[in-house]
Design a protein around this ligand. Structure first.
Ligand SMILES: [Zn+2]
Length: 643
């Protein structure tokens, strides 16, 4: 099996709808599926997956492609990585040479990933070591972490030594630079050599959604002989690298993404051991941020899998702070952020260790209040506690101002209505009065300096409209990609399409390049699979463009053969008409030039070039008419040359 066969087999064995729905929630719409696009900040689902063509297209950002483009874009993989990933997924064994065909130097990301992968194994071996792993194993037992969870989360131990890993890297002549980038080792401040950054810690590898280790968290263990003041922190995380963006990464996602998409709910806890305790108890849709609050970047990752995010807290006060913060970030985002406070001030691990822990946990999640309700409850308490009318009014105005600052004017109508109804109920006013009050307040707000009035670029605006001729070129190529036999279809001028249309009919650069790339193939073959296309086009952008054109055509023709013929004929006719027009104009220019070159032609005297003079001879007129008729056989009327 060579590389092309491998690509083909992998594509044939991959169901794109299933692949995409492992990463994005897809809903059927007609013959297609639609979901929130993971390649741009999608407010409404705008990505279509077309099952019968096995490709996807986003009508907002234009991202499109097949299974390869999807995983390359989504997981930021190179093509060989994507091939390996999809082959593994489909259970296809790739021949060695295919796997190693990438002759390119590994990127910084790949080198860091390799160093991290090695370190995962190194730390696991240390944990298993009878002597070196003792303290870490005792801690694991003490926390009640099961063997299965040690395995699932690939827990390990960093030895209680200054340079155990550094020496190993040196001895085996491994990629030391990569280990430095990964923040696993660092040059000694004095003298030669390197030292380990992670020492005497229980190691929690942090994986991305597909299980690549991108970083580590290390928890201190007791009785260390290698303690250093600075790194005394209870938890030490890897530094940010080309592979690791802390504010977009979630601990446990590799084990949780499937349960999250199944339940449409992501539950966020604060610590690594809380995640492990939850998974161990059977609540597997649980992840943790890495010691930070939930960011918009986290939400963008989670939105691919979930409709709602539940933040877990052990105290009401922490929940209040989180609610305020969550509202600031997510108020006008299409994701529900809810806050759950666990009973009795329990932390997740404590609660889940109880016999009825899982049940209580699930109840807390079901009863979680959305961040706005959570905030509203507090306002409501203050409102009810206020004893004068003036105080009550001040509290409600203050609350409305907060909502206006958050962007109340910009949230979707349904949600806005809900908010207003709630405030109206509290103030015992009708919604219309509240609406008026808000307009009053926001008017005043604008006058005193707006908070949220910056002009934002409209990302949803479509790119500049292509001209009619460009459209015709795109549609024609799109038709050919969809149904290659159309290349031999007879068109209006009585010739086969491939003779009727020439390379110079394509002046839209990307379309022209694409037509050039598939021309030879179309002459000789009557089918063109996506795998063939990948072999013909070596540029990923070009593949994407080709697939985009096919989707455009599929949508215009609704996949019907009759529609395809109609679109092809219309595009071919438009291009032929344009060519005829160009040739006609050219002839006219030529004739005029000839005329001007004749010095003794009295008719040209004093006539500026570029205007039609009245004394065109009948012969010239006839020549033009013939040229036009030849170029455009469907034209019935002989054009008049001079007005
Ligand atoms: Zn998109």
């Amino acid at each position: 099996m060579n590389r092309d066969d491998a690509k083909k087999r992998v594509l044939e064995s991959t169901d794109l709808v299933r692949l995409v729905s492992e990463h994005v929630v897809l809903k059927p719409r007609g013959r297609e599926f639609i979901g929130v696009c993971p390649f741009h900040d999608d407010k409404n689902p705008s990505m279509y997956v077309v099952p019968h063509k096995q490709f996807y297209h986003c009508f907002s950002c234009g991202a499109s492609g097949d299974a390869f483009s999807f995983v390359m874009g989504y997981h930021k993989m190179t093509f060989p990585e994507a091939l390996k990933y999809l082959a593994d997924r489909a259970g296809i064994e790739l021949p060695r040479n295919t796997r190693e065909q990438s002759s390119d130097e590994p990127t910084e990301r790949q080198r860091i990933a390799a160093a991290n992968q090695f370190a995962v194994e190194f730390f696991k071996r240390t944990l298993a070591d009878e002597r070196l792993g003792g303290p870490a194993r005792r801690y694991i037992t003490q926390r009640g972490i099961s063997d299965e969870m040690v395995e699932t989360f690939a827990l390990g131990a960093a030895p209680d030594a200054w340079d155990a890993l550094a020496q190993y890297v040196n001895r085996k002549q491994m990629d030391r630079q990569a280990f430095e980038w990964a923040g696993l080792i660092a040059p000694r401040k004095t003298g030669d050599g390197h030292f380990d950054k992670m020492r005497h810690r229980l190691m929690f590898p942090i994986f991305d959604a597909i299980g690549r280790p991108v970083a580590f968290g290390g928890r201190v263990l007791p009785e260390a002989s290698t303690r250093e003041e600075k790194s005394d922190a209870k938890y030490l995380n890897s530094p940010e690298t080309a592979l690791f963006n802390k504010s977009a990464t979630l601990f446990g996602l590799h084990a949780a993404h499937k349960p999250i998409s199944d339940s449409h709910t992501a539950v966020i806890v604060e610590g690594y051991t809380d995640v492990i305790a939850a998974h161990q108890a059977g609540a597997r849709n649980v992840v943790a941020t890495l010691g930070t609050a939930l960011t918009a970047e986290h939400a963008a990752v989670l939105r691919r899998y979930a409709d709602q995010v539940v933040l877990i807290f052990d105290a009401d006060e922490a929940g209040q702070k989180a609610a305020d913060r969550a509202l600031q970030i997510f108020f006008n985002q299409p994701i529900d952020v809810k806050i759950a406070v666990l009973p009795d001030g329990c932390d997740p691990a404590d609660l889940l260790a109880r016999p009825d822990g899982l049940e209580q946990w699930q109840t807390a999640i079901v009863q979680a209040a959305d961040a706005m309700t959570f905030q509203f409850r507090r306002v409501r308490q203050q409102f009810d506690a206020a004893d004068t009318l003036a105080a009550k009014q001040r509290i409600s105005e203050q609350y409305l101002r907060t909502l206006i600052d958050l962007g109340l004017d910009r949230i979707e109508t349904a949600r806005r209505g809900l908010v207003l109804a709630r405030v109206a109920e509290m103030l015992r006013l009708d919604s219309a009065s509240i609406d008026r009050l808000i307009r009053q307040l926001s008017g005043r707000r604008r006058a005193t300096g707006p908070v949220h009035d910056e002009v934002e670029p409209d990302f949803d605006a479509p790119p500049s409209r292509p001209t009619a001729a460009q459209q015709a070129q795109r549609h024609l190529v799109g038709c050919l990609l969809t149904e290659p036999t159309l290349f031999h279809e007879t068109v209006a001028d009585g010739r086969e399409l491939n003779e009727s249309i020439g390379h110079d009919d394509f002046d839209h650069p990307p379309t022209a390049a694409l037509y050039g790339a598939i021309y030879e193939w179309l002459i000789e073959h009557d089918q063109l699979t996506t795998a063939d296309l990948r072999n013909l086009l070596h540029d990923e952008n070009q593949v994407r463009y080709a697939l985009q054109l096919q989707i455009e055509v599929s949508r215009l023709t609704d996949g019907s053969t009759a529609g395809l013929h109609e679109l092809l004929t219309a595009s071919a006719t438009a291009l032929a008409g344009r060519r005829a027009e160009q040739e006609y104009q050219q002839q006219k220019m030529l004739l005029r030039e000839t005329k001007q070159e004749q010095p003794n032609n009295p008719g040209t005297t004093g006539t500026p070039p570029g205007t039609d003079s009245a004394d065109d001879t009948e012969t010239q007129r006839l020549a033009l008419a013939i040229a036009h008729a030849q170029a455009n056989p469907s034209a019935r009327r002989v054009p008049r040359v001079s007005g």
